[in-house]
Each structure stands twice: as structure tokens, then as C-alpha cells.
Ligand binder design. Structure first.
Ligand code: IFM
Length: 452
């Protein structure tokens, strides 16, 4: 089979209504950190702490997407994909985290949504991708305080009102495990708290805020597709020893079952509550019922498997195992494993792969980025999704992470996930070879002409 035939064969493995898209998030690409009345976020403040970001950088300019919106929308359209997942910056809408919506913020996302629709691209919005208004943290302890869940529901209702006539799909949170564990237990991410009891309370408040937001949005508009995005990985015991099996079960409990049991069954897993002991969150009587709202979809972000609890959050390289520039193991079969396991253990709504992709060190030679490792990663992981679909899992879409190289949180600009290379000095964008491959996959799927 030649390359074009294998692309066509791969694309044929997906149902005709499957959605191909690319993904990004507000803080990682927008820049314009204080433009037009936008408030500061906890990430704006976190970046000012010496030593927390690998290259000492911040999100003040990032990819300057705020000022290059139309050109960037043309880049998405140029890929031939029909869906784009982006997040909304809460402090651009409510600079202090409460009160009426700031018109300049609504105007920006109106232009984004309208620009997508005129290009035939469906918008998939995420309400919270970690950039909490700093004022909520300063004055109210952010997600550690229950009141933030209620503020979030008000913010969600504002957006359902402002954008819900054109945006059908809204995810409440992106990766609440990261908000809780990296932000409040390990302190690697904003707001940099290191306290497990606080982290578990934060995870509960994020989930509560999800439930409240779903209700608030549905009371504004009844025709929205509302879901949540989780970072999920299969957790494999490093050996068959009882100790490793126990560790793996616990890690799976904290990463996967904690969130999915609460969201889909209305209860936290009892073994994990017992393990947490005094660090378990305070949960009010009706909370679990509130969290467990009917979902229209579940977003799955997958990058790598986890091998043991000592490797949290992702597994380090093992001898001879291929890893990305993040040090994350490349294991596409684990992706299929994960999807089959979710399908087996839970009564799932339709799934979307809301993030999948890889960071590698790119080099530009004569204006070209030949990123064969990233291309191969994407191809093997897209095939892994097809394998799961073949076995009956209802996956409706795949969003590649990421549209552009961008601010990779505590790694700053040192890690590149984009299929467009970004030259941060000039803000020039260059489509990498992996991007050409993805474009051709979308073209094959949509029966359009494939470029050489
Ligand atoms: O860049 C992040 C994204 O913001 C959330 N999911 C994982 C990606 C890669 O680390």
C-alpha cells in the first residue's frame, strides 16, 4: 500500500459522522494578558514566582492568538478539519470572577465562534482550562472554597447565554485532576499549593461546580451538548507483586475512578475515601447527586500510560521504551486498553478524544519541520482509537493536541506539541510534516483532494 492508500484505509475505519479537529487552550495561546480590561489569572500570578516555569517565561504574549485571530482561524481551515476545541478565559469574561460579563471578552469569543462557523468549522468550547481569575484565589482561596463552585455556575450561565445560540458543545472543566493534584497537592501548577487535603477538597469543588454549571446552562438553553474533559490513563502495576497491584489500584482510583464514579455513578469510590482518611473532602448531603448530571459526552485526554504510583503524574522512561520530549512513554495499545476499559466499567455517554498528541524537539531545516516521530505517534494513536471503535466503543471525534506550539505550563516554551511550528520571535507559523499528514487524513476522510 502506498501512503495515500494507507491514509484512505485508516480514514475509512471511522464512522461517517466522525469529527476530526485540533485543540488549544486560552492561556496557552492567546497572550494579551491585560488587554481590553481582562483580569489577571492565577497563571499570570504563578508565572511571576521565580523558578516555577522552566524557562522563566509567562503567558503575556504566548502565540499572540488574541491579535492574530483571523490568520489563525485560516490555519485551522487550511487543515481541512471540521472542528476546533478551544477554551474560554474566565478573567476575560469576568475580570474578578463575578459580576456581569465584560463586553470586550464576549466580543473576542463572538469573533472566534463566528469566524469558525463562516469557515465551516464547528466550535467545541471548554469553560475552564486552569486560568482562574486571580481575585477569586486572593480573596476567596479559589477552588479550595465552596463559593467558587457557585461563581463558576454563574460564569457558565453567562456563556450559555452569550454563545449558546451558535456553540452547541460545551465542556465544563478540562482535567480537574490537574487542577486539584498538580495545582494543590504537588504544587507544580498554579496556584502552587502543596496540601493533599486541600487538593481533594478542590477536586470535590471542581466536580460540584461542574454539576452546578450543567444545571445552570441547561436552565438557560435546553439544546446544548454538555460534558466534561478528563485526563485518563490506564494504570499498570509495575510487577505482579501484591504491593504493586495495590499501588496501581490506588492510583487508578485517584485518577480514573474518583472522577468517573462521581460523574457517572454519583458516588466517590469507597476504597479511596478510606485510603484518604482525614484528607477526604467534606461533602454535603446533596453534592454527589448534583455532580452526577446526565452528560451528553465525555472528553478523554490521553497521552501515556501510568506504570506505578511513584511515577505520578506520568511514567518516566523505562529502559528501551520510546518516550516523547516530555519523557512520557509512547504506548498506543494502552490507548485502546483505556477506551475498552472505560466502556466495560461504565455506562458511558458518547466519547470524544479531546486531546492526544506529542511533544518532540523540532528543527527547522530550510523552512521545513520534518517531525516523523510526532507523525508516527499520531498515526499509531489514531489507529488505536479505530481499534476501540472496531470493538464497539462509541467514539465520536478526535482532537489533536495541539494546533500551535504553545505555553506548556511549568515547561514554558521549551516543549512543542503543535502541528504548526511557532517561531516566538516573529510569531511565524510553519505547518510541520505531522500537520501535512493530519491534513491529508482529514482530506481522505472528507473525500477531498490530498496534497503532495
Ligand atoms: O498542554 C497540556 C494541556 O493544556 C492539557 N493536557 C495536556 C497537555 C500536554 O501537557
Amino acid at each position: 500500500m502506498n501512503d495515500l492508500q494507507s491514509l484512505a484505509a485508516l480514514s475509512d475505519r471511522f464512522p461517517r459522522n466522525f469529527r476530526w479537529g485540533v485543540a488549544s487552550s486560552a492561556f496557552q495561546i492567546e497572550g494579551a494578558a491585560a488587554a481590553d480590561g481582562k483580569g489577571a489569572s492565577i497563571w499570570d500570578e504563578f508565572c511571576r514566582i521565580p523558578g516555577v516555569i522552566a524557562d522563566g517565561s509567562d503567558g503575556q504574549i504566548a502565540c499572540d492568538h488574541y491579535h492574530r485571530l483571523d490568520a489563525d482561524l485560516d490555519l485551522i481551515a487550511g487543515l481541512g478539519v471540521k472542528a476546533y476545541r478551544f477554551s474560554i478565559s474566565w478573567p476575560r469574561i469576568q475580570p474578578t470572577g463575578s459580576g456581569p460579563a465584560l463586553q470586550s471578552g464576549i466580543d473576542f469569543y463572538n469573533r472566534l465562534v463566528d469566524g469558525l462557523l463562516t469557515r465551516g468549522i464547528e466550535p467545541y468550547a471548554t469553560l475552564y482550562h486552569w486560568d482562574l481569575p486571580a481575585e477569586l484565589q486572593r480573596k476567596h482561596q479559589g477552588w479550595a472554597d465552596r463559593s467558587t463552585a457557585y461563581r463558576f455556575a454563574e460564569y457558565a450561565a453567562l456563556l450559555a447565554q452569550a454563545l449558546g445560540d451558535r456553540v452547541r458543545s460545551f465542556a465544563t472543566h478540562n482535567e480537574p485532576w490537574v487542577t486539584a493534584t498538580l495545582g494543590h497537592e504537588l504544587g507544580h501548577f498554579a496556584p502552587g499549593v502543596k496540601n493533599r487535603a486541600v487538593a481533594m477538597q478542590v477536586s470535590h469543588h471542581c466536580l460540584l461546580s461542574h454539576g452546578l454549571a450543567v444545571q445552570a446552562m441547561r436552565s438557560v438553553r435546553q439544546n446544548l451538548n454538555i460534558g466534561i474533559v478528563l485526563n485518563l490513563s490506564p494504570v499498570y502495576a509495575a510487577s505482579a507483586s501484591p504491593a504493586d497491584e495495590l499501588l496501581a489500584a490506588r492510583e487508578d482510583g485517584l485518577l480514573v475512578r474518583w472522577y468517573l464514579d462521581a460523574l457517572l455513578r454519583g458516588t466517590y469510590p469507597s476504597d479511596i475515601l478510606q485510603y484518604l482518611g482525614p484528607d477526604a473532602p467534606q461533602v454535603q448531603a446533596a453534592d454527589e447527586r448534583l455532580i452526577c448530571q446526565p452528560l451528553d459526552f465525555l472528553g478523554v485526554n490521553y497521552y501515556s500510560p501510568i506504570r506505578s504510583i511513584a511515577t505520578r503524574p506520568f511514567s518516566p522512561s523505562r529502559e528501551g521504551v520510546p518516550v516523547t520530549d516530555m519523557g512520557w512513554e509512547v504506548a498506543s495499545a494502552s490507548f485502546t486498553d483505556l477506551l475498552l476499559r472505560l466502556d466495560r466499567d461504565y455506562d458511558l455517554p458518547p466519547l470524544y478524544i479531546t486531546e492526544n498528541g506529542a511533544a518532540y524537539r523540532d528543527t527547522i531545516i530550510e523552512g521545513v519541520v520534518k517531525d516523523e516521530e510526532r507523525r508516527a505517534y499520531i498515526e499509531s494513536h489514531v489507529s488505536a482509537v479505530a481499534d476501540a471503535i472496531d470493538q464497539g466503543v462509541d467514539v465520536r471525534g478526535y482532537f489533536l493536541w495541539s494546533l500551535l506550539d504553545n505555553f506548556e505550563w511549568a515547561s514554558g516554551y521549551t516543549k512543542r506539541f503543535g502541528i504548526y511550528y511557532v517561531d516566538y520571535a516573529t510569531q511565524a507559523r510553519i505547518l510541520k510534516h505531522s500537520g501535512f499528514w493530519f491534513k491529508n487524513l482529514a482530506a481522505a476522510f472528507h473525500r477531498e483532494r490530498i496534497s503532495a
